[in-house]
Design a protein around this ligand. Structure first.
Ligand code: AMP
Length: 216
């Protein structure tokens, strides 16, 4: 099963993808995480994208398409794309890549949210340095204060691009460059919308409902 999770920054794509990958035996392909890993490793690519990411702008289509091309289709039972595609040219390139590998996209799930609420969500979020589990100051604190539920690490990280200035730019990029993907997939008849303002478990149930139908 091959799925895309779409939605603006802070919609919960990463949180949901992590929950679903284990349940369905899929692999989460998160382009933002891949780029952050490049930065952490000090690679040329990491250095190239650093300023763009911190400002909240989109990295060029060429770079992103190359990055995803080397990973797509390697996953056994399929993938959950999180953060890709983010432009219509990326969506078209993805279609070409999948066709070449004899794969198909089963569903594009739009996590629909209210932008004003997202600003608070982004301001409060942090992730475990070691395993990447995501948390939030108000909505989703670790069960034991200061300790990651998943791996027990005590080190957490807040993203530079969750600062208000960069958040504004990221929303603008979503509206101008990413939202036009929605009609692209709607026209193909594979777009499903879920309510991303519900609590995290309820959003997971909605997405699982869609995925269970595909699995049959
Ligand atoms: P994310 O973790 O998905 O919010 O991505 C963090 C940042 O990485 C974005 O704000 C962009 O700068 C960059 N990025 C991630 N995925 C893409 C993509 N598909 N196209 C362009 N830029 C991307």
């Amino acid at each position: 099963m091959n799925i895309i999770l779409l939605g603006p920054p802070g919609a919960g794509k990463g949180t949901q993808a992590k929950r679903l990958e284990e349940r369905y035996g899929l692999v989460q392909l998160a382009t933002g995480d891949m780029l952050r890993a490049e930065r952490a490793s000090g690679s040329d690519l990491g250095k190239k994208v650093q300023a763009i990411m911190d400002a909240g702008r989109l990295v060029s289509d060429d770079i992103m398409i190359d990055l995803i091309a080397s990973r797509i289709g390697k996953a056994g039972k399929g993938f959950i794309l999180d953060g890709f595609p983010r432009t219509v040219p990326q969506a078209e390139a993805l279609d070409a890549m999948l066709a070449q590998k004899g794969l198909k996209l089963d569903r594009v799930i739009e996590i629909s949210v209210d932008e004003a609420a997202l600003i608070d969500r982004l301001a409060g979020r942090f992730t475990c340095v070691k395993c990447g589990a995501s948390y939030h100051d108000i909505n989703n604190r670790p069960k034991h204060e200061g300790v990651c539920d998943v791996c027990g690490s005590k080190e957490f990280l807040r993203r530079a691009d969750d600062k208000p200035e960069a958040v504004k730019t990221r929303f603008e990029a979503y509206r101008a460059q990413t939202a036009p993907i929605l009609p692209y997939y709607r026209d193909k008849g594979i777009l499903t919308q879920v309510d991303g303002m519900a609590d995290i478990d309820h959003v997971t149930r909605q997405i699982s409902g869609v995925m269970d139908k595909i699995r049959g």
